[in-house]
Design a protein around this ligand. Structure first.
Ligand code: ADP
Ligand code: MG
Length: 565
């Protein structure tokens, strides 16, 4: 290994040379207190900044890392510290392109397993990026020497060692994550889909700012739904939403969608101070919405849609351009295929004809001429035959009152238990409409994706990359993920993009759920790094549901249908 001084003199020596000469600095260097590796050097000052790693000795006490929850929280915490230190000590962009930028993946409100900071037996590694500086296309060697000689050592010294941490804040971060994980594990035995803690703050600062809304009204559970849970580091109370069918009703603007959004994101843990640290949902809770225009490949949507005018089969329904109702039906069936245990639906983002059909419409359009069996006539079956719960926000129609096990009314951001009241209303105003429940909910047909249809070729090379949190370029195709509501972090998209490539090794014979199981098992056993060719810090953890969502939206995907036995 070379020394830090050698790196300094190489950089001085490169000053003024052509940018390509930066390749010479690849390699590992011994710094005071850490080791630095330059793994990949960008081709020009405008390209993605170069990949760099630092490794220091892990001197964190056991309490910070004795189990997986705590290790994930510790890494997440150090990632944030490192990011903060970059902003403080990096002098930022100077020169052309991304010259001088020093940055690491920037976590949002969620505590996620990531590859930006990883723990080994006795080391901690941070993986970040440096925009190697240039003026025009000439190496700015002296500026580079300052980045590696002054800025990075300061960033490392102020962020990674145990000695510089505020122990109280670190503990709260770690214990919060451990408690949220423990709570999620306990949901099945409590018979709950989701738990919303008393005191939680659900609304966000704005549509583009995911931090808590200042001055928002803290959550307070109605007594009849209140549950007390003892966790490793605290005991909390809050509202438990039981398995089964739950309606969230109430006037417009009373906080229904805000509650559902918090439930959607309750599949993730949140940092202390976020307000949703103990809003925790089943890991298999899936947001379902309408998404007209999406691609669908041989999905069995027959439970909801049958007898299309063109005579097209709905047991293997394909389209490059789905309607509102067919897209929502496909979203339900695909979520079930990928292992969803609960469906989360908001009227704001649903197709009305998928959700309901009332008596008058039944009279006007006879059932033989209406392909859609509305969700209201399937919702109980889903629970009773498939054990899949639904949490549904619905202010505009009472048709679901008969199906509901629990009715929560939001009144000026306060939840009330309206279950009993809803029952008597349902009796007082019986629904004259006829129930359209046909045969039993079919066992899912399990599709077998064809590996050759996951073609990432663009020109001579395979090209796969993620854009923000909303789309993935996969060869010739752009996978539009803007309607996949439970993807929250750029790192998740980076990981999902590469997981699509990785998935191909398990395709051919396997059904989609089998292939998903295998990839998730590999990640569980070997970490997210199993997806990378070389170590980098650009990944965050994702669920099989979101990987399936990306695959299902890949235009070009082909599957062989195999009827379940
Ligand atoms: P609904 O779906 O019932 O129409 P929303 O959930 O969209 O209502 O909420 C309406 C508005 O109220 C939003 O701007 C939201 O940020 C705000 N809001 C929601 N919950 C709270 C709360 N607990 N305290 C303060 N404001 C809230
Ligand atoms: Mg709403």
């Amino acid at each position: 290994m070379k020394t830090a001084q050698q790196l300094q003199s190489t950089l001085q020596h490169l000053d003024g040379k052509s940018y390509k000469a930066y390749k010479d600095i690849r390699g590992s260097y011994a710094f005071e207190g850490f080791e630095l590796s330059i793994d990949q050097v960008q081709g020009d000052p405008f390209a993605a900044p170069s990949r760099v790693r630092v490794r220091i000795r892990n001197t964190f006490p056991d309490w910070a890392q004795v189990n997986k929850s705590r290790r994930i929280a510790l890494c997440d915490y150090l990632n944030r510290q490192f990011s903060r230190a970059c902003r403080r000590f990096s002098k930022g962009n100077r020169g052309s392109g991304k010259s001088g930028a020093v940055f690491i993946a920037q976590p949002g409100q969620e505590i996620l397993e990531r590859t930006a900071v990883v723990l080994g037996e006795d080391w901690i590694e941070a993986r970040f990026r440096v925009g190697l500086p240039a003026f025009g296309r000439r190496i700015a060697g002296r500026q580079a020497a300052a980045i590696f000689g002054e800025e990075i050592p300061q960033i490392v010294a102020h962020s990674l060692p145990f000695a510089v941490q505020d122990e109280t804040i670190l503990k709260e971060h770690i214990f919060t994550n451990e408690d949220a994980d423990a709570l999620r594990v306990r949901l099945p035995e409590l018979g709950l889909v989701v738990f919303v803690a008393d005191g939680a703050l659900l609304p966000r600062a704005s549509g583009v700012d995911d931090r808590p809304m200042p001055g928002g009204l803290p959550f307070q559970s109605p007594e009849s739904l209140r549950v007390e849970v003892a966790l490793p580091n605290r005991t909390i109370t809050g509202m438990g939403i039981p398995e089964g069918i739950t309606l969230i009703v109430g006037g417009g603007f009373h906080g229904k969608s805000t509650l559902l959004r918090a439930i959607e994101l309750g599949i993730y843990n949140h940092i202390p101070g976020d307000g949703r640290s103990f809003v925790v949902s089943q890991p298999g809770a899936a947001k379902i919405r309408a998404e007209d225009g999406r691609y669908i490949e041989r999905v069995d949507i027959s439970p909801f849609i049958n007898n299309l005018p063109g005579g097209q089969s709905t047991q293997q329904f394909s389209t490059p351009n789905a309607s509102g109702s067919t897209s929502q039906a496909a979203n339900v069936m695909e979520a079930l295929e990928a292992g969803a245990t609960a469906l989360l639906i908001d009227e704001d983002t649903s197709a009305t004809n998928f959700m309901i059909r009332d008596q008058r419409m039944q009279a006007l359009i006879p059932q033989q001429r209406e392909p859609i069996t509305p969700f209201v006539d399937r919702i109980r079956q889903l629970y009773e035959e498939q054990s899949v719960s639904t949490v549904l926000v619905l202010g505009g129609s009472g048709l679901y009152l008969d199906a509901a096990d629990t009715v929560i009314g939001m009144n000026a951001y306060r939840p009330e238990d309206l279950t009993a009241r809803a029952r008597s209303v349902a009796q007082e105003f019986p629904q004259p409409r006829s129930v359209e429940t046909p045969a039993a909910f079919p066992t899912q047909s399990r599709r077998i994706p064809l590996p050759e249809s996951l073609n990432a070729q663009k020109g001579k090379r395979e090209k796969v990359r993620a854009f923000d949190t909303r789309s993935i370029q996969f060869g010739q195709h752009d996978i539009d993920l803007s309607a996949v509501a439970q993807l929250v972090d750029n790192g998740q998209l980076n990981a999902v993009a590469d997981a699509l490539l990785y998935l191909r090794r398990y395709l051919g014979e396997a059904t989609l759920p089998e292939a998903l199981n295998r990839i998730m098992q590999d990640i569980e056993q070997q970490g997210l790094g199993v997806l990378q060719k070389e170590p980098h810090g650009d990944y965050a953890a994702f669920r099989p549901l979101e990987l399936a969502a990306a695959l299902n939206r890949l235009r070009g995907l082909r599957v062989n249908p195999r009827e379940a036995s």
